[in-house]
Design a protein around this ligand. Structure first.
Ligand code: ATP
Ligand code: MG
Length: 563
C-alpha cells in the first residue's frame, strides 16, 4: 500500500564525508535499511547540493554524445531540474499516480535517464524494454504488466499502435520525438513547458521501483519486481568495489537501456558521485567504441563479453585511450582468452562480474583483489553466496552445485521482491535457506566462483558432467575459433555427447573442415580434461544470440534433439 505524502521541506544535507559512507554502510548490510527511501531525493538531490557547495569535481553527472557532434552534459543540478520537469509531465499531463506502471522503451537517448529519474520522483514504476521489441513482444509485456502508459520513440510507435487496442490498461502513449503523431502525447514539447518545481513523492524502501522482464534466454521472459531500496541502495557498495567508481570517474556502459545493466550503471554510478557517459551507438561496432575511448576521458568501461570478443579482433595497439583505467564485463561467461588478449594489448585488466535481473552483483572481481583467470571472483557483500545441492544444503569447496544466495533467516534487501503473478516460479526458486540462481558453478578454497553453465546447459555424457563454458574457453584459445557454443547432442551409446558449434576466424574459413575438426579436438584434449573434448563439431557462420548478445545454447540444443 502506498501511503502517499509529499515532502514539503527538504532536510539539510548531511556532512560531506558521510554521503557515500552512509549509503555504503547500508548497502553492505551493516546498517538497517530506512523505512523511507527515494533515490532521487536522498541521493541525487544530495549530490546536487554538494556540487553547488563545491564538494565535487567539475565533472558532469551525465554526458551524452551521438557520434555526429551532438552532445548533452548535465550537472547533478541540471539533472535535478530536468527530471523535475519530466516528473511534472508524468504526473500532470499524463495523470500517472504512484504505483502506476509505465513501459519505457527508448534508444540510448538522454530522455531515458530523465524519465527513469522522473519515475522515481513520482513513484511511477518503470518497465524498461529494448528497442528491438516487436509488436508481439510489446503486447505480451503491456498486457502481462497491465501498464498504464508507454513512452517510446518514432521507431516503435507504429508497433504500439498496432496492438494498443488489445491492451485495455494502456491509457497514455508518450512519444520522444521532434515531430508529433496522432494519439500520442509529445514528451519533449511538454517537457519544455513544464515547471521545474516538483515535490518528490515520499516512497517507502519496499515500494516498487521497477519491473524487469528477464532476457528470456531459457523461456518466456519473467517479470522481476525490484523495490526502491533493492536497486537504489543495492549497488552502492559494488559500485565502489567492483566498478570502483568515485566522484571523479566517467563510466561508460554500452548496454541497451532495456537491460538491467543500464539500471546497474545508474544505481552504481550516481550514489558514488560518478558521471554516466552514454554514446547513442545507433550501430554497436568495435571501431566506434575504440575511437570513443580515445576521444573522451572515459575512465571506466563495461561491455558484455560478446563485445569484448569483437574488440580484441582489432589491432588495439593502434588506439590510445585517453583515461581508461578500469574495465568490466558480465552477463555471460568471459573466456579467459579474451581477457588475456585485452590485457596484453591494452595493459588493462578485465574485471568480470556475475548477477541476474533478480539480484544486484552476486560475485565479481573487485579492483583490489587478485584475479584468477576464468573465475567470476568472490561473493559481493552483503550477499552470502554458497554452492548448494538440490535441497539447499551447502556443499564443500571444489564441489559442483547450484549457485545459491542465502535468503533465510533474512532476505537481503538488495533482492527482487518476487516473480510477479508467478508464485509457483517464485517458490521453486527457493530451496532450504537459499535462492537458487539456476546456474551451476563451484567455489574454490579461496572463495572464488567458477561458472560451469546454466543448469539446463550442463552436459551429462556417460555420467560425466561437463560444463559448456570450460569447453568453450578451451576452444577459444585456438586461433581458428572466433566464437563457439557447446551443447549436448544425442548419442546411441553415451546418451549425450559434447557438440561444438564454431564460428571460424576469417583466416581459417578455407581450411579443410575434417582436418580442422581433428586439430580442434586434439587441442581441447590438451588444454582441459580429455573426456570433455567435443566428439561432434560443426562450423557455422553465426551463433544464435539473444538481443543482448547472449549465446542461445538452448536453441542449438533443441535443434540437436529435434525438439
Ligand atoms: P531468463 O532468466 O529469462 O532465461 P537470463 O537469465 O539470461 O534470462 P538475465 O537475468 O539478464 O536473464 O541474465 C542472468 C544470467 O546471465 C545469469 O543467471 C547467468 O546465467 C548469466 N550470467 C550473468 N553474468 C555471468 C557471468 N559473469 N558468467 C556467466 N554467466 C553469467
Ligand atoms: Mg535467468
Amino acid at each position: 500500500s502506498w501511503g502517499v505524502c509529499r515532502i514539503h521541506r527538504q532536510p539539510p544535507p548531511p556532512p560531506v564525508p558521510n554521503v557515500v559512507a552512509t549509503w555504503e554502510a547500508i548497502s553492505l548490510g551493516k546498517q538497517p535499511v530506512p523505512e523511507y527511501f527515494n533515490f532521487a531525493h536522498d541521493v541525487l538531490d544530495l549530490w546536487s547540493r554538494l556540487e553547488k557547495a563545491g564538494h565535487r569535481p567539475p565533472n558532469p553527472a551525465f554526458w551524452w554524445v551521438n557520434g555526429s557532434g551532438e552532445e548533452v552534459k548535465w550537472t547533478f543540478e541540471e539533472l535535478g531540474k530536468q527530471s523535475r520537469k519530466a516528473a511534472n509531465v508524468l504526473e500532470g499531463m499524463c495523470g500517472l499516480q504512484p504505483g502506476d506502471r509505465m513501459m519505457l522503451v527508448l534508444p540510448r537517448l538522454p530522455d531515458w535517464w530523465l524519465i527513469s529519474v522522473a519515475c522515481i520522483r513520482t513513484g511511477v514504476v518503470m518497465i524498461p524494454g529494448v528497442s528491438q521489441l516487436t509488436a508481439k513482444d510489446l503486447k505480451y509485456r503491456l498486457q502481462t504488466a497491465r501498464a498504464k502508459s508507454i513512452i517510446t520513440s518514432d521507431a516503435l510507435a507504429p508497433q504500439v499502435d498496432a496492438i494498443s487496442a488489445d491492451c485495455p490498461s494502456l491509457q497514455t502513449k508518450l512519444l520522444v520525438s521532434d515531430t508529433s503523431r496522432p494519439g500520442w502525447i509529445n514528451f519533449r514539447e511538454l517537457l519544455r513547458e513544464a515547471s521545474t518545481e516538483h515535490n518528490c513523492v515520499r516512497t517507502k524502501s519496499r515500494d516498487s521501483l521497477a519491473i524487469y522482464f528477464t532476457s528470456g534466454t531459457t523461456g518466456a521472459p519473467k517479470m522481476v519486481e525490484h523495490s526502491q531500496c533493492s536497486y537504489g541502495l543495492g549497488f552502492v557498495a559494488s559500485g565502489r568495489r567492483w566498478t570502483a567508481l568515485t566522484e571523479s570517474d566517467i563510466f561508460w556502459n554500452t548496454s541497451d537501456t532495456g537491460w538491467v545493466k543500464a539500471a546497474w550503471t545508474l544505481f552504481s554510478a550516481w550514489p558514488n558521485g560518478a558521471c554516466i557517459f552514454v554514446h547513442e551507438l545507433p550501430r554497436v561496432d568495435a571501431k566506434t567504441i575504440l575511437n570513443t575511448l580515445c576521444r573522451f576521458p572515459i575512465t571506466t568501461l563495461c561491455c558484455v563479453p560478446t563485445l569484448f570478443r569483437l574488440l580484441v579482433q582489432e589491432d588495439l595497439t593502434r588506439y590510445k585511450f585517453q583515461s581508461l583505467r578500469h574495465c568490466l564485463t558480465g552477463g555471460e561467461a568471459l573466456n579467459p582468452d579474451v581477457r588475456d588478449k585485452w590485457k596484453s594489448q591494452t595493459g588493462l585488466e578485465l574485471h568480470e562480474g556475475y548477477g541476474q535481473s533478480e539480484t544486484v552483483v552476486i560475485c565479481g572481481n573487485s579492483r583490489d583483489s587478485a584475479i584468477k583467470s576464468g573465475s567470476m571472483g568472490k561473493a559481493s557483500p552483503p550477499y552470502d553466496v554458497q554452492i548448494v545441492d538440490e535441497e539447499g544444503n551447502v556443499l564443500p569447496p571444489e564441489k559442483e552445485g547450484n549457485i545459491g544466495v542465502r535468503i533465510k533467516p533474512t532476505r537481503p534487501f538488495c533482492f527482487f521482491n518476487c516473480y510477479l503473478e508467478n508464485p509457483e516460479k517464485t517458490a521453486s526458486s527457493e530451496k532450504g535457506d537459499f535462492y537458487i540462481t539456476g546456474d551451476r558453478a563451484y567455489m574454490d578454497k579461496d572463495g572464488y566462483f567458477w561458472f560451469l553453465g546454466r543448469s539446463d546447459d550442463v552436459i551429462n555424457s556417460s555420467s560425466y558432467r561437463i560444463g559448456p563454458v570450460e569447453v568453450e574457453s578451451a576452444l577459444a584459445e585456438h586461433p581458428a575459433v572466433l566464437e563457439c557454443a557447446v551443447v549436448s547432442s544425442p548419442d546411441p551409446i553415451r546418451g549425450e555427447v559434447v557438440k561444438a558449434f564454431i564460428v571460424l576466424s576469417p583466416a581459417y574459413t578455407s581450411h579443410d573442415p575434417e582436418a580442422l575438426t581433428r586439430e580442434l579436438q586434439e587441442h581441447v584434449k590438451k588444454v582441459t580434461a580429455p573426456y570433455k573434448y567435443p566428439r561432434k563439431v560443426a562450423f557455422i557462420s553465426e551463433l544464435p544470440k539473444t538481443i543482448s548478445g547472449k549465446i542461445l545454447r538452448s536453441k542449438l540444443r533443441n535443434q540437436e534433439w529435434g525438439r
